[in-house]
Write a protein that binds this ligand. Structure first.
Ligand code: NAG
Ligand code: NAG
Length: 725
């Protein structure tokens, strides 16, 4: 060994980041040759020749070692003996046959597409973005304008309607539709869906007939929707084979033959499985009808029985049992039908559904194998998948998630109900159940009429102060003005004599009272702290209200980013992920519109509405279980205190401490100045010594700090405004 070797090695190890040095020295993990090479080249240009040489050599070594490993794996996966033994390798017996068919299929597709498209099929590949626009019917958005300009009203209206069906939240199109509806010369037949899916129309008609016990008609329509639905399903599945753009970040990934085939095949299988979700989702909706196909057979068996065709009813019951073989109610029905038609008459499920179930199970099995062994993920769109098929690891996780959720909710509900509220006179008007959701509550009489009036006066005076709080246009709609006031700003305005001290104090006290109520209802025993407090008024702009269908505040959840498409809510920034509970304390009801509403995660299906009124407190958990919005305020002015709470100490609202400090100072002044205004308090909620321990000992420095903080408070208003109630 040359004498210079050790110093060189030492230098090399020292020059590498610790973890990498350990890895390359200690374990057998191979440093990728490309990064060694890049570092080597960099060292070369830095004229660090020794390092360059060392790294370049190591890259070559790493490259050659990688080749060895790859060759070895190829052999051992073919079931051959050790690395050393080299002889011609036999292909697996299935390989030639399999790939021959793959090649033939590819040739056939190529030939067919080329012939039918008249040339190179690759010319027809489009980007995913464009494809998506078509899926969302975006071209109709342009079309309607074009037709309108051409004065082709009928076409314009049907284009507009077709677009709107798939995009019911599109505010501009809502307005356009409204205008068309009022326009003379527009016929109601013009509102056609040019892309209507036959199975949806039939399905909805079928359900209508079914609900009025018109079984004959219901059967016709439901059989039709089933047939059309299966056609749509096959259409959708056929498109899964691509061409598909590689998913983000994967396009540069290099995969071997089998890994690439496996990854691509699983992607195709997942796409095919997803098709049931697509056809069971009405255009413009984001959540699908669960059990679309099985539920057809439940309805059908009932309807066939209703018209006295027990043989058909038995067939449908048997078909339903393909999905849910252990369903006792259906087993019972099948038994009953068989008794009625005679036990010796054979009953078989429908063949086409039998095939559907078998194929689906085969695909799921493969996908779950990939989930378990290849790190794939899968969200099964069908609820009937038998337990045995789902890998244990995945089942565990699902169960945990479910338990965590239900435990938490039922606990809270019970505690909420059994614990008495910390204030007398307040009533629980609606609980979660009455509000058709979870972790929601409406309480009344939190404020008296006169307290509401005082706080409204504060909002009005602050609004007139004109330093950033003058009504701006609402961030959500051009038809409303929007004013907001924080607790700190309220007290500063009081100090400046712009608003009444008593009213500003009442604002703080009402907020604190609400906090105590929400804490005792939802999180007894834990401290729930303010995260942000805002007195907000929205005023309908005059003369712009006709035909308004926009929302005063679009549907959103408070601590996560609602993803109606995925039917989930992403708890990640820029959402305020640390907000745990939300509440709104209403101050008035002399306005039109402006109801609060909750929706499903699809952001479209309204599940409950709450009419604001003085002293009413609505509180709910801030997560994806409570998407909500506010209907347009079409006349008058709607004021409320919006409150967000957090359980995490590091996100406690800093302004509160400052506001309380200002109030404490004012109180001191008041005591030395007997003419100062009296503190009347906000009923039982009034806090007489609102000094948090953290403030002791640094009282006097606040005024300067408060000033600069208030400026930043003004700046951040714009950002915050987007999630006001
Ligand atoms: C949070 O709220 C609790 C209960 O009101 C209070 O004791 C605690 O001081 C608050 N924490 C902070 C950081 O303000
Ligand atoms: C809850 O749902 C029922 C049935 O759809 C509805 O009548 C009721 O108004 C809803 N509750 C609220 C508070 O909106």
């Amino acid at each position: 060994m040359p004498p210079s070797f050790f110093p060189l090695l030492f230098l090399l190890l020292r020059s590498l980041p610790a973890s990498r040095a350990q890895l390359s020295a200690g374990s057998s993990r191979l440093t990728p040759y490309d990064s060694l090479y890049a570092d080597g080249v960099r060292a070369y240009f830095a004229r660090d020749w020794p390092r360059a040489a060392e790294l370049l050599q190591r890259s070559l070594h790493s490259y050659s070692r990688l080749q060895d490993v790859r060759r070895g794996c190829q052999r051992s996966c073919r079931g051959e003996a050790g690395f050393a033994e080299v002889r011609p390798a036999a292909s697996p017996p299935w390989e030639a046959g399999f790939f021959e068919r793959v090649l033939q299929r590819a040739e056939c597709l190529e030939e067919c597409l080329g012939r039918r498209l008249g040339g190179q099929p690759t010319r027809h590949r489009v980007s995913r973005a464009v494809e998506q626009e078509f899926e969302e019917r975006e071209p109709y958005n342009y079309l309607q304008v074009a037709f309108f300009k051409l004065k082709k009203l009928d076409e314009a209206v049907s284009s507009a309607h077709t677009f709107f069906v798939a995009n019911p939240q599109h505010l501009q199109m809502r307005e356009d539709i409204e205008k068309y509806q009022r326009m003379a010369g527009v016929k109601s037949e013009s509102f056609r869906d040019l892309e209507a899916m036959p199975h949806w129309e039939a399905y909805e008609a079928g359900l209508r007939h079914y609900s009025v016990d018109d079984y004959q008609q219901a059967l016709t329509k439901l059989e039709e929707s089933l047939k059309e639905g299966l056609v749509a399903l096959e259409d959708c599945r056929a498109l899964c084979e691509g061409p598909q753009e590689a998913e983000d970040g994967e396009d540069n990934m290099q995969l071997g033959l089998y890994e690439a085939i496996a990854a691509y095949y699983i992607q195709v299988l997942k796409c095919r499985q997803q098709c049931i979700f697509d056809i069971a989702t009405k255009p413009g909706r984001v959540s699908s009808t669960e059990d679309f196909i099985p539920s057809h057979f439940d309805l059908l068996q009932f309807a066939y029985d209703g018209i006295g065709d027990q043989a058909a009813a038995a067939e449908c019951a048997a078909t339903y049992l393909l999905f849910y073989p252990k369903d006792e109610a259906m087993q019972e029905k099948l038994k009953q039908y068989r008794a009625e038609i005679g036990e010796d008459i054979p009953v078989a499920p429908r063949e086409i559904i039998h095939l559907y179930v078998q194929r689906s199970l085969m695909e799921k099995k493969l996908i779950y194998y990939a989930v378990e062994h290849l790190g794939e993920t899968f969200h099964d769109p069908e609820p009937w998948t038998p337990e045995e098929l789902i890998p244990e690891s995945m089942k565990e996780k699902q169960k945990e998630d479910k338990e965590k959720q239900s435990l938490r909710i039922s606990d809270l509900e019970q505690q909420g109900k059994s614990e008495s509220l910390p204030f007398e006179g307040i009533t629980i008007t609606m609980d979660s159940q009455q509000l058709n959701g979870s972790q929601r509550v409406v309480l009344d009489r939190v404020l008296t009429e006169s307290e509401c009036k005082d706080i409204l006066r504060l909002a009005k005076a602050a609004g007139g102060a004109g330093d950033g709080y003058r009504g701006r246009r609402s961030p959500h709609t051009p038809h409303e003005r929007f004013e907001g006031l924080t607790v700190l700003k309220a007290l500063q305005l009081a100090e400046e004599g712009v608003v009444n001290w008593k009213d500003a104090k009442l604002f703080l006290q009402a907020s604190e009272k609400s906090r105590e109520i929400v804490e005792s209802y939802f999180t007894p025993g834990k401290s729930l702290n303010f995260s942000f407090t805002h007195l907000v008024c929205r005023t309908a702009a005059e003369g712009e209200q006709e035909g308004r269908m926009d929302l005063s505040h679009p549907v959103h959840a408070d601590n996560c980013l609602l993803d109606p498409e995925g039917n989930t809510c992403w708890k990640e920034p820029p959402a305020y992920i640390y907000r745990d509970y939300s509440a709104i304390l209403y101050l008035n009801d002399d306005f039109q519109g402006g109801n609060l509403f909750f929706t499903e995660k699809d952001a479209v299906t309204v599940t409950a509405q709450v009419r604001p009124k003085c002293g009413r407190l609505v509180a709910f958990s801030s997560g994806g279980e409570n998407p909500h919005g506010v209907w347009a305020v079409t006349q008058g002015r709607r004021c409320a205190i919006a409150l967000w709470y957090t359980l995490s100490p590091e996100h406690v609202e800093q302004e509160w401490a400052q506001a309380e400090e200002l109030m404490r100072q004012a109180k001191e002044k008041e005591q030395s100045d007997p003419d100062g205004e009296e503190n009347t308090g906000a009923g039982h909620g009034g806090r007489d010594s609102p000094e948090p321990p953290s403030l002791r000992g640094r009282a006097r420095s606040t005024s300067r700090r408060a000033k600069s903080d208030s400026e930043s408070g003004v700046r951040s208003m714009g950002q915050r405004a987007r999630d006001e109630f």
